[in-house]
Design a protein around this ligand. Structure first.
Ligand code: GCW
Length: 716
């Protein structure tokens, strides 16, 4: 008897452990049973029955999601009803589909746009009900996902009054996925698009991808790399694209493609791709027509032109506007849009920082109304910290889209825990002063400063076919944050981190606050151990993995780290004031005044704008050299603190993900030390100053760090 009981216990324990394991595939849509008995009982009472009339492809998806969520969270699927017969009726529908909502006539519906939703507690036919309503089925979908988020994060749902609309129209992922399934700057496996098996084989992942995106409001996806391949536009591939579009449509997600500028030559048999050539224009018009025949709601094209070797209009002495407008004309008939990238820099210039501004501001006002210029957050290239791109304050006649990078090309790639919401918010909140105080980057992007309705935010995707989609368990949070902030950039980093943690890991309050603390400090920690005080672009060439501030061997100066930090015996930093490249003049004076004096410029931007002596006195009273040492050492200490904090959280997290994060943090600590030591030893060859003796001294030589090679680093 004893033995038997014992065996049962062992069986139960091992079962419990297995059930607890989590490979991360479900992302933030786990719907695990609510453990807190009171909450579960309350929800069961408040969600007695579901009145959900209407039917459409989207509504079917909503019903399926509700069934899955209720079954998971509360142990049983929702009980359908046609009448309000009990307190605790959840009513979902548009006024057109649900008569009962029409009788309620919620005025809140006048406050939302076509994708928005309302969630209200109301008394209907004498019963307390929860109403999710919207103008469209897609609004219903978003409202439902919001409601499920409330349940997953165990909010009080007894008196709800939520009125929500997205602030940005196109909320996009940009995949840098190649047709051979490699992913440029991808660290999470190969591309999830299995082009070879499409269109006939629909991987379950496509559906789960769409669910995850819809749950955070993402409504468009650019499937292909901006370093484009014209083959995607061939008939054989377009049917594959159409198959994906069919999967995504009910979830409100439009498909976009990258258009290779030279496609008329490469797959069209033309001799030129000149945007002013009639045959070229006709070719694109025909191609666009072909696409819309297959995909009636196709979103449009994203184009990288005359940048890093990509073909473009300048090959024919035409402007970016000539190029963009050719596509705009072809797409306009179908309400398609052109996302034209502003990421350009030529080999000629003195200061790469200035080039996008120099090329694009003369074209302000020349783009057709369905063109939006997609600008990276900073002037150089997704560095750990950049000042906002001056273009955001300088193109009042052109709608501007924000491009952030979710994949962590310069943020520790696949192994560093870095929560990007604070970085995104720092950029959104920066004031361009374009129309006086308060013209923040967010207010440029949302169209309100210059009255544009065409608005967009894009995140370069960090998704691959790894079981947990993003490789690092915490990298999922950056995908999540992009969607949530594109919907509402006023959400705080704290709210986003907390709700993500609750849904992805656990509702335990102690865990959430500790893990939030980790996330909150992670970006600043990385800036400090990689590129403190405004340093930038000092990583290895090519794969961009690891520190190489000594890099000086590539043909173009602006590909070499030494070009960016300009360390010499006198000091360090890039002089972008009037005595240097004068890039500061690209900002409004209110902004440049903040940064133009090395004695008052914020520490975090100092070396972006000034070449300062190693003895320069910092705000802290330390010399620049000692401050640099302090920052690098603080960065490493912060990661060690993060590591220690994570180690206290074992009991709150499933073993699988706990171990993954623990191992990755071990790598991160090692790499932070590597960044610190290699950088300081190198800069010391100029400063000739000691690393203060209170710090643990580097245990390897500069020669050792210089000898390291990583020919097979991923993502290149
Ligand atoms: O950050 C750089 C990357 C390139 C990328 C380019 C771009 C897709 O190193 O891999 O190319 O930016 O944004 O176009």
């Amino acid at each position: 008897m004893f033995i038997k009981k014992h065996l049962v216990l062992i069986f139960m324990l091992s079962f419990a452990h297995a059930a607890f394991a989590d490979d991360g595939y479900r992302l933030w849509l786990r719907y695990d049973k609510i453990q807190d008995k009171n909450t579960a009982a309350l929800y069961t009472k408040q969600l007695q029955q579901l009145l959900f009339p209407g039917s459409s492809a989207t509504i079917e998806k909503v019903k399926a999601e509700l069934t899955e969520a209720f079954t998971g969270l509360l142990g049983k699927p929702p009980v359908g009803t046609k009448q309000v017969t009990a307190n605790g009726t959840l009513i979902i529908g548009t006024p057109a589909t649900a008569k009962i909502i029409a009788t309620l006539q919620p005025t809140e519906l006048n406050q939302i746009n076509d994708e928005g939703f309302v969630i209200l507690t109301a008394i209907l036919q004498g019963k307390t009900c929860t109403v999710i309503s919207a103008k469209t089925d897609i609004g219903i979908l978003y409202g439902t996902f919001h409601f499920l988020r409330l349940l997953q994060t165990q909010q009080n749902i007894s008196t709800l009054h939520i009125v929500s609309s997205p602030k940005i129209k196109f909320r996009l992922l940009n995949h840098w996925d190649n047709l051979n399934r490699t992913v440029e700057r991808g660290y999470a496996g190969i591309s999830i698009w299995d082009w070879h098996k499409l269109p006939d084989y629909i991987d379950k992942r496509y559906i789960d991808y769409a669910r995850a995106n819809a749950s955070i409001g993402i409504n468009g996806t650019v499937l292909t790399n901006v370093n484009a391949n014209a083959t995607i536009l061939s008939p054989q591939y377009l049917v594959k694209v159409a198959a994906l579009a069919n999967v995504f449509r009910p979830y409100g997600i439009k498909v976009f493609l990258t258009a290779r500028f030279s496609a008329p030559i490469e797959i069209g048999g033309l001799k030129t791709a000149d945007p002013l050539d009639a045959a070229v224009q006709a070719w694109w018009k025909q191609k666009v027509k072909e696409i819309y025949t297959l995909i009636p709601d196709f979103g449009g094209f994203l184009i990288k032109a005359n940048s890093e070797g990509q073909p473009g209009p300048q090959d024919y002495h035409r402007t970016h506007a000539d190029g963009a407008n050719m596509f705009a004309d072809a797409l306009a008939t179908y309400n398609g849009i052109v996302l034209w990238r502003a990421f350009v820099y030529s080999s000629q210039s003195g200061d790469r920082f200035k080039q996008a501004y120099e090329e694009f501001t003369p074209l302000d006002g020349q783009f057709k109304s369905n063109v939006i210029l997609q600008v990276k957050n900073g002037p150089i290239d997704f560095q750990p910290r950049e000042p906002f791109s001056p273009l955001f304050g300088a193109m009042p006649k052109t709608p501007l889209a924000m491009e952030f990078q979710l994949t962590q090309e310069y943020l520790g790639q696949g192994t560093h825990l870095v929560f990007e919401a604070p970085l995104f918010k720092e950029v959104f909140n920066a004031d361009t002063y374009q129309k006086g105080k308060g013209s923040t980057v967010a207010k440029i992007i949302d169209g309100s400063t210059n009255n544009f309705s065409l608005t967009a935010i894009a995140g370069v995707s960090n998704i691959g076919n790894d079981i947990n989609w993003c490789s690092h368990p915490f990298a999922q949070a950056n995908w999540y944050a992009l969607g949530r902030l594109a919907w509402d950039y006023d959400l705080s980093s704290k709210q986003i981190a907390e709700e993500w943690l609750q849904q992805t890991f656990s509702n335990n309050a102690f865990f959430v606050s500790a893990a939030y603390n980790i996330m909150l400090h992670s970006h600043e920690a990385l800036v400090n151990y990689m590129t403190p005080l405004g340093l930038a672009h000092i990583m290895y060439n090519g794969h961009h993995y690891g520190p190489m501030p000594w890099g000086n061997t590539l043909g173009r100066p602006d590909w070499n780290p030494v070009y960016y930090h300009k360390a010499d015996s006198a000091g360090i930093g890039f002089n972008r004031t009037a005595t240097g490249s004068n890039a500061l003049a690209e900002y409004k004076t209110e902004v440049s005044d903040l940064w133009s004096d090395s004695n008052t410029c914020a520490d975090k931007y100092l070396l972006w704008f000034h070449h300062v002596s190693w003895n320069h006195t910092m705000r802290s009273g330390k010399t620049l050299w000692n401050e640099l040492c302090y920052k690098y050492y603080t960065g490493v200490d912060s990661v060690i603190a993060i590591q220690q904090q994570w180690n206290t959280l074992e009991k709150f997290v499933d073993a699988e993900r706990f171990n993954q994060v623990q191992q990755l943090l071990n790598i991160q600590v090692k790499e932070a030390v590597w960044w610190r030591n290699a950088s300081l030893l190198y800069f010391q060859t100029f400063s000739k100053m000691p690393i203060p003796s209170k710090y643990e001294q580097p245990d390897k030589t500069l020669e050792y760090y210089k000898s390291l090679r990583f020919p097979f680093a991923p993502g290149n």
